[in-house]
Ligand binder design. Structure first.
Ligand code: ATP
Ligand code: MG
Length: 200
């Protein structure tokens, strides 16, 4: 019996914003493990070029290696077709049989969930944790997600975390422009990006 949290993302690349949020949730919700699940082809990012799953998986593994509570799952990368969160959450229930399951998003992610597949079922299968993120307002979540029934809204829990104004988009831009990315992500990830000439 265990408490699990899922940290989903494109992780192109993974950075300290992701790691900080995951560890804050781990502590606040007493999670035994946080499962990082790199997305295969995020349905909402169609048309945007993303790095190969192989690279994103490799850097995600490098980034979580120093935390015993963090694990990486290839569940979405291994599954053919578009990766819907509801399918991932069902698969995690089957594989790990957690007593309690959380799904972590940042403030921008949670504001989009109304557009996600089977959002009502999704919110009955796990509890969402919406972490604060600079530039996105999750004040008044109830109003913003007013199309959700009351009992589903209860399953979305806001969490204040120290603000790190870091995004993968900005890191990719920095690499392209030759600007520093040091201290925005773990050093092994920075080295990997350099060695494999990603984002140039
Ligand atoms: P991109 O700019 O490519 O969208 P990103 O930095 O938003 O990348 P994602 O892989 O899209 O990273 O994010 C995965 C999850 O992590 C999302 O739920 C997102 O809201 C959250 N997240 C990412 N960066 C932060 C941050 N700095 N603070 C809080 N949450 C974050
Ligand atoms: Mg994003």
């Amino acid at each position: 019996m265990s408490t699990l949290a899922i940290m989903g993302g494109t992780f192109d690349p993974i950075h300290y914003g992701h790691l900080l949020v995951a560890d804050q949730v781990r502590h606040n919700f007493n999670c035994d493990k946080v499962l990082f699940i790199p997305a295969a082809r995020p349905p909402h990012k169609e048309g945007v070029p993303i790095s190969s799953a192989r690279h994103r998986l490799a850097i995600t593994r490098l980034a979580v290696a120093s935390n015993d509570a963090f694990m990486v799952s290839t569940l979405e990368i291994d599954r053919p077709g578009p990766s819907y969160t509801v399918d991932t959450v069902k698969a995690v229930h089957q594989l790990y049989r957690p007593e309690k399951l959380y799904f972590i998003t940042g403030a921008d992610g949670v504001l989009e969930i109304m557009t996600w597949k089977d959002v009502n079922q999704l919110l009955s299968l796990c509890c969402f944790v919406a972490a604060t993120r600079p530039g996105f307002d999750i004040g008044n979540l109830k109003e913003k997600l007013k199309d959700l029934p009351e009992e589903k809204l209860k399953n979305i829990i806001p969490l204040s975390v120290p603000a790190l104004d870091i995004s993968s988009t900005d890191i990719r831009r920095r690499v392209r422009k030759g600007e520093p990315i040091k201290y925005l992500l773990p050093e092994p990830v920075e080295k990997y990006i350099k060695n494999h000439r990603l984002y140039l």
